[in-house]
Design a protein around this ligand. Structure first.
Ligand code: NAG
Ligand code: NAG
Ligand code: NAG
Length: 489
């Protein structure tokens, strides 16, 4: 054996051993932490039939199918629950949708990788990084009982002991025990469970949260299960995948996707209405429990339909602001919106807003400025939009990055740190996002300003003003915020 080969073998196997040792000591991925609120959290995937409609007539070149036909609605529901473990539900929901190859192929297609062996490599990496991660919370746990909590903060009910005809009974005080709700819309390349810690934590504060799994071709991949049987995979779509007459351009595609998303937001509110009325629902998700045994009937009379808020991240934040154009109305009964990093390239932002709005930007989103559709700097457009409502907040969480509100910084902290250069710890950033969002949701319900919402403007022009006029304000977890706009008076 040559000396060189011996060296290679020696150092080669030594480094292989070292890598194995390092991997066994430091897990590649971290488990998701528990939610921060008081309540346990139930998790349930729901897919239901909706009134079939065509949002745009574009056709997929690959299959000839209609690209924007809405047929079913899919959501992941996070809600407060009384039970932390159920003997009949031994496992939590995997963080990655099953089968993992659907998402692996989806992300590969998103990166324009069309060769099946390379797609399998992506699936392998997803499996390696994500297969052990589960969403904390009990699948299909019963919704928190109204008589299980005395917490008026969560809007839960009071039990009244009453005597009638000589009998003593327990009665729920009329109109109480109804939970406020949130519809959440994900960003480009996102999925309904990509924000599980942020959304589950809001649920653990007493909110029913539905994360929409959009079928507008913005995610990596999702499967539509038809009510009559059969299914269809919806992959990530680009202009090249579509056939229309006349041909679409990029902005037409975004408008079609945002219209599709708006229809899905509307259908989510309709699903809340059905659950609240106790309408019998058929859950088309194959891995979800069948209806009679599921927690869904327990939501009858448990939602406060006057307290539904829309929230979204990035492309989803653009969509949430768009949904407000018709709110509040019978069509869009929304009481407010939370927009996290409203899109920089997802089309102009709607500024016809008549409900309170909270816009939170990551440090990265605020610092890196772009010219926005001929309207000036993105920061200025967002600031003016919030100022115009006279009842909104606009603030920036320093040291955070665009994906800081997703689960990524919790699952692969070191990859996120390397890729985005965040200076704020990922868990602290999420606690700040959750704290500010829950304070805002509370404000929508009882008008009381808490925490950051009480502060005055500290940095009116953000990155576009004097560096000396950028004051920082400490958030609930000790991180630095800049407050750019607060409501008038
Ligand atoms: C309240 O929740 C506990 C579990 O946390 C359960 O054992 C109990 O039966 C519930 N009480 C009522 C009145 O529903
Ligand atoms: C895209 O096409 C629409 C008509 O379908 C047109 O009104 C619009 O100006 C075009 N946008 C761009 C950026 O070319
Ligand atoms: C429903 O929400 C509205 C608006 O926040 C609130 O005024 C009302 O008291 C709530 N109703 C119940 C039953 O909790």
């Amino acid at each position: 054996m040559t000396r060189r080969l011996r060296n290679v073998l020696f150092y080669g196997s030594a480094s292989a051993l070292f890598i194995l040792l390092a991997l066994s000591l430091t897990p590649i991925t971290s488990p998701l932490p528990p939610y921060v609120g008081d309540y346990e959290v139930g998790v349930l995937d729901i897919e239901t039939e909706v009134e079939r409609r065509l949002v745009h007539d574009a056709v997929l070149k690959e299959t000839g199918e209609k690209a924007f036909e809405l047929h079913t609605l899919a959501i992941t529901l996070y809600y407060p629950s009384a039970l932390s473990t159920l003997p009949s539900q031994p496992w939590a929901r995997p963080w990655l949708p099953q089968p993992i190859s659907l998402i692996g192929t989806g992300y590969a297609r998103l990166m324009r990788i069309r060769s099946p062996p390379l797609q399998s490599v992506i699936t392998f990496f997803l499996w390696a990084f994500g297969s052990k991660t589960v969403i904390p919370g009990v699948v299909d746990a019963p919704v928190l009982s109204p008589i299980n909590s005395t917490d008026s903060e969560a809007g839960l009910g009071k039990v009244v002991i009453e005597m009638a005809e000589g009998k003593v009974g327990l009665r729920l005080e009329t109109g109480m025990g109804r939970l406020p709700a949130v519809v959440f819309t994900h960003g480009m390349a996102g999925m309904s469970q990509s924000y599980s810690h942020y959304l589950g934590s809001i649920a653990s504060h007493g909110y029913i949260v539905a994360a929409v799994e959009h079928r507008d071709g913005s995610g990596p991949g999702t499967i539509v299960h038809y009510p009559g049987g059969g299914e269809r995979a919806v992959w990530h779509m680009t202009l090249d995948d579509l056939e229309t007459d006349p041909p679409m351009n990029t902005s037409d595609l975004k408008i079609a996707q945002l219209n599709f998303r708006e229809a899905e937001i509307r259908e989510t509110i309709r699903l809340f209405e059905h659950m609240n009325r106790g309408t019998k629902l058929r859950n088309l998700k194959p891995e979800s429990p069948e209806s009679p045994k599921s927690a869904i009937p327990g939501f009858k009379d448990r939602l406060n339909m006057s307290a539904v808020t829309v929230a979204g991240h990035s492309y989803g934040a653009t969509g949430a602001l768009k949904a407000l154009k018709n709110a509040p109305s019978e069509q869009m009964p929304l009481n407010g919106a939370i927009a996290l990093d409203p899109g920089k390239g997802s089309g102009p932002l709607n500024d016809e807003i008549e409900v309170p709005t909270l816009v939170i930007q990551s440090g990265e989103w605020t610092e890196k400025q772009v010219e926005f559709y001929g309207q000036g700097w993105h920061f200025d457009v967002v600031r003016e939009l919030v100022e115009k409502t006279k009842m909104g907040w606009f603030m920036t969480l320093g040291g955070s990055a665009h994906p800081s509100c997703t689960d990524a910084p919790l699952i692969v902290p070191w990859i996120m740190k390397l890729a985005t250069g965040t200076t704020l710890n990922g868990r602290i950033a999420l606690r700040e996002y959750i704290g500010a969002s829950v304070d805002f949701l509370g404000y929508l319900r009882h008008g009381e300003k808490k925490g950051l919402l009480k502060s005055e403007i500290s940095s009116p022009a953000g990155p576009l003003g004097d560096a000396g006029k950028r004051e920082k304000i400490k958030g609930s977890a000790g991180a630095d915020w800049e407050v750019h706009v607060v409501p008038e008076a």
